[in-house]
Design a protein around this ligand. Structure first.
Ligand SMILES: *Cc1c(COP(=O)(O)O)cnc(C)c1O
Length: 440
């Protein structure tokens, strides 16, 4: 797979990306070579304008295409830190968390607890207690054991807990097997075929300490077609209609997140607005057909909000040319900050950030610095002649890179900056060697 690096591939970069007259990549009017000098590499750069555009796109598309209340909730697991949680709160989005740790960061950031939804297939009692005591807005219940545990905790507090049920709609999203979450054979959610979903709903409806507010499903990630989402909506609405007679009042409906982003020019474009509009139409028409009142519609994007806003910046160290075979360029990061190529076979492009105006001359493979042969960031990328010390910028690095990062090989995790209108703000400092010993 050859990835052609042309001006076209700047289109994968944040919306403020441009090439300066010095041939350098600029983001938000900042020369990334200067950012590398100031903050070091590997460096993760988030472009505020791109995140803002994408948030607005979701909110406006929902408002214009769905004829009732709606909301966008950012799936924090794509990337979270205090500054980002505050940014999401200010943008007016709700927040999805999937762990006590994410919840802790959100609460530390002052995120309004009532706007937090707590997902996850195995929330511990401690995590549920943290959520209940904080007043988290929705607990998304995943299985019957959790429902029983939650009911008990709520009874102790003599206060009904607002919940959604996560259903497993048996819908096949066409994406990598590790990113499919909606099939019958999945660890997530209540299966419908074996009656568990109906059992859970009946139990919740009869429980004075459980307030069943809505239904949820999330069928996968990095999905480029609307069909699986529309199928999911149909399944959820059928379920709501079936249980209406038993008292289920569908006040909220969340068909999850999962919309894809382009990582390379060979990926299809994935505009947000038409996806949101077709989902909105499916919900509105589906409710009308079943005589259901329109629920509040909640979408939960993670990747498509922050993925394209992020750029990973690396410094090239060694070059290894094996004649007739391959040329490796090794960079100062890799699988510890981006496991996606090794985990999913994900593909990336890159440009030479300090030679962005030079013509492509050679085909290279970008290798990480970690002790695994699979630690390759991108294969067969066409680049100008690269020398040690040059900077490589990898676009679409904002989602599930740092969120899945590790200290493999005792690598300190990279610094993260947020750039906007010519200003860079450090939002996560680089880890130090002392940090590596902090728990030791
Ligand atoms: C991960 C997740 C999302 C977001 O998925 P993306 O592919 O990043 O949009 C939304 N909802 C739930 C429940 C999730 O687990």
């Amino acid at each position: 797979m050859v990835t052609q690096v042309s001006p076209e591939s700047l289109s994968l970069f944040p919306e403020t990306a441009r090439i300066g007259s010095n041939g350098h990549l600029y983001l938000a009017d900042l020369d990334v070579a200067a950012l590398a000098r100031e903050f070091g590499t590997p460096l993760y750069i988030y472009d505020a304008a791109t995140m803002e555009t994408r948030c607005r796109c979701y909110q406006e598309a929902l408002a214009s295409s769905y004829p009732a209340a709606s909301q966008t909730a950012y799936a924090a697991k794509a990337f979270l830190c205090t500054a980002l949680a505050r940014w999401i709160a200010a943008a007016g989005l709700d927040l999805d968390v999937v762990s006590g740790g994410e919840l802790y960061i959100a609460l530390h950031a002052g995120f309004p607890p009532a706007r937090i939804h707590f997902h996850g297939n195995n929330k511990s009692t401690d995590e549920l207690v943290l959520a209940l005591d904080a007043g988290v807005g929705r607990i998304v219940v995943d299985n019957l054991d959790e429902l029983a545990r939650l009911s008990h905790l709520a009874a102790q507090r003599a206060k009904a807990v607002p919940i959604w049920l996560r259903l497993s709609p048996n819908v096949d999203a066409h994406t990598h097997a590790y990113r499919k979450t909606g099939l019958l054979d999945s660890k997530f959610g209540f299966p419908m075929a074996n009656g568990d979903a109906a059992r859970a709903a009946r139990q919740a409806l009869q429980d004075p300490y459980i307030d069943l507010v809505g239904l949820h499903a999330h069928v996968g990630s990095q999905i480029f077609e609307t069909t699986p989402f529309i199928e999911t909506v149909e399944v959820l609405l059928d379920f709501a209609a079936e249980l209406r007679a038993e008292g289920l009042d569908l006040r909220e409906l969340s068909p999850g997140g999962g919309w894809g982003v382009r990582y390379t020019p060979s990926d299809p474009p994935a505009p947000i607005a038409p996806y949101v509009a077709s989902l909105s139409r499916a919900v509105a028409a589906g409710c009308r057909a079943r005589g259901l009142a329109l629920p509040r519609l909640i979408l939960e994007p993670g990747r498509s909000l922050v993925g394209p806003a992020g750029v990973a910046l690396y410094t090239v160290g060694g070059r290894k040319a094996i004649a007739g075979v391959r040329t490796y360029l090794s960079v100062d990061g890799g699988m510890a900050d981006n496991i996606r190529p090794a985990l999913y076979g994900s593909e990336y492009t890159a440009i030479v950030a300090n030679k962005a105006d030079h013509p492509s001359q050679e085909r290279v493979t970008l290798a990480g610095k970690f002790c695994e042969s699979g630690d390759l960031l991108a294969r067969d990328v066409l680049l100008p002649r690269v020398e040690p010390g040059d900077l490589l910028a990898v676009p679409v690095s904002g989602a599930y890179n740092l969120a899945m990062s590790s200290n493999y090989n005792q690598a300190p995790r990279p610094a993260v900056i947020l750039v906007r209108d010519g200003t860079a703000r450090l939002i996560l400092r680089r880890e130090t060697y002392e940090d590596l010993l902090a728990r030791d």
